[in-house]
Design a binder for this molecule. Sequence first.
Ligand SMILES: Nc1ncnc2c1ncn2[C@@H]1O[C@H](COP(=O)(O)OP(=O)(O)O)[C@@H](O)[C@H]1O
Ligand SMILES: C=C(OP(=O)(O)O)C(=O)O
Length: 616
Amino acid sequence: MATACVDAIDARASVKRAESSAAAAAGERTAEAQRSGRKEGRKEENNMAATLNHICQSSSSVRVLALNGEVLDAHKSRSTSVAGNVHYSLSVGWGARRLHVNRKALSGKKFGPAPAADIRATSGAEVIQQNVPATCDLKSFQEAVEKLEVDLVTEADLKENGFRSSRRTKICCTIGPACCSFEQLEALANGGMNIARLNMCHGTKEWHKNVIKNIRHLNATKGYCVALMMDTEGSEIHMGDLGGTASAKAEDGEEWTFTVRQFDGPLPPCTIQVNYEGFAEDVKAGDELVVDGGLVRFDVLETIGPDDWLDIDFGISEGVDFIAVSYVKSPEVVKHLKSYISSRCPEGSIGVFAKIEAIDSLNCLESIIRVSDGAMVARGDLGAQIPLELVPSVQQKIIDLCRFLNKPVMVASQLLESMIEYPIPTRAEVADVAEAVRQRADVLMLSGESAMGLFPEKSIEVLRNVSLRIEHSCREDKSRKYKPLPELYTALSERISEQICNAAAEMANNLRADAIFVYTRQGYMASLLSRNRPDCPIFAFTETRDVRHRLNMQWGLLPFRLDFSEDIESNLRRTFALLKARGMMKAGDLVIAVSDNLLPTQQANMLQSIQVRRIP
Ligand SMILES: Nc1ncnc2c1ncn2[C@@H]1O[C@H](COP(=O)(O)OP(=O)(O)O)[C@@H](O)[C@H]1O
Ligand SMILES: C=C(OP(=O)(O)O)C(=O)O
């Protein structure tokens, strides 16, 4: 058992080094099979079985020679299905030859010489050819198949484990010295990291810039979809009008920012520059600022400090996907940051997460979560502010509230603290992770375990395995009924979307559908489906990379980037064909499909529907 466990972890690491002799041999045999026809192909498969079993057991990297003679990086992964079977897969870049090995061994047995291996060796071109729709020519279909962007790990997971057993709970890793090189980040991405967190308390801007560059490069060149979250340091001061004499420029109730920063362009609205560098340090929350001899009075509120503003400017200029704000004590801080972000990047693609860690934030929790794009249960600092025994119930409260309000929620700190030093977690830590998964948190976050621990990859593996097991048992346990979700809408169109998503999720559960498909521009419909925590995964198709990254933060969503067609029917047909061609769906799979308003022109005479479709 112990040996199997160690193999399991080592075998997941996908490193791209020089060709191992075994991999090169596999490649040569692959090329030979092309020349020698069917009989030879059978021999090749047998040889490949031995070779690939060898590869799967070794922890070395793999490069494979494809049929066309091209040398490709191979993605190697190992997973344990809920039934206890161990699967190995080796898949090579799409469009060339694809090798796939499923090797099953009973859980609990020592990992010994290979039992019978089930091997498929299918050429990508063959699969594409079999699935070209009648309305499309081979070349443009081939291009469309290659353009369908999906996370490499998600794709492998779906192929190996099937839809129902794919992981729904997302994983965030704090990046630090223990995992910041390109190869280390790739190992984490390969292990299932969905979000990389940069904690601005540590490291220089240059260091963070380099991590961002590495993650972007990893996404662009290796087919991952890792979102970036920048976490501010948190020590802050910002201003709001207390209701002094109104003037043309500062009305009662308005919030103004006094800043020492320089702006390249015009000042953002309601901003005043001051030329005293120590201004923010010298004023305290509760102080009164008197302007123009008392013409306007401002009350100083808690908010974002000068260092945080520098970090925020850095995050905006680097185009991170999320900014987490430390020590949020009131909704105003979040509103202020959101309006600042939209004045600086009008396309408004950065989500603001409120870290719930200050005792004051618990007094206005709902109003903070309502204005935020998501929340983090920052248990480290929270546990220093409230009695420790209250932390679990506060965690449950925040998770439930976030789900009711349709905001993603992360659970952070000390999930696997002992794994900073040791290769296996304590039983109590596993129970803690299991509880967060059972509470249906969207994201589990690693801190020191990934940033500076000795076992970042093993830590991520523990999160992944615990998530898979607990999610499975939650699906099986039909006695676990959830409290009904409150309605969220403020307009009729929102109410329609909400009703459609609730009904689609319920239908998917009742019909035991394989997947829900959602075509979404901004991610709103996708989030409404995720909020229902349905039994099957949600394939979320969207047109932009930014939205695709943001969807990575939400429970059960598998984000794809796809260029939309004009109408839902052609989107559906095309998606079915593309996914079949990529080997991610098969004829007979049952899908529930819902769609956002895909075109602006559709808004006027909205037509939204739920469709139940079998893949042709
Ligand atoms: N960018 C970084 N550079 C160096 N060390 C880091 C970095 N990010 C995190 N760490 C290390 O990992 C530990 C845990 O991370 P985290 O929980 O995010 O921070 P903190 O302990 O400050 O709350 C930190 O205390 C620090 O030692
Ligand atoms: C995540 C937390 O915040 P930080 O790591 O920034 O202290 C926490 O306190 O749990």
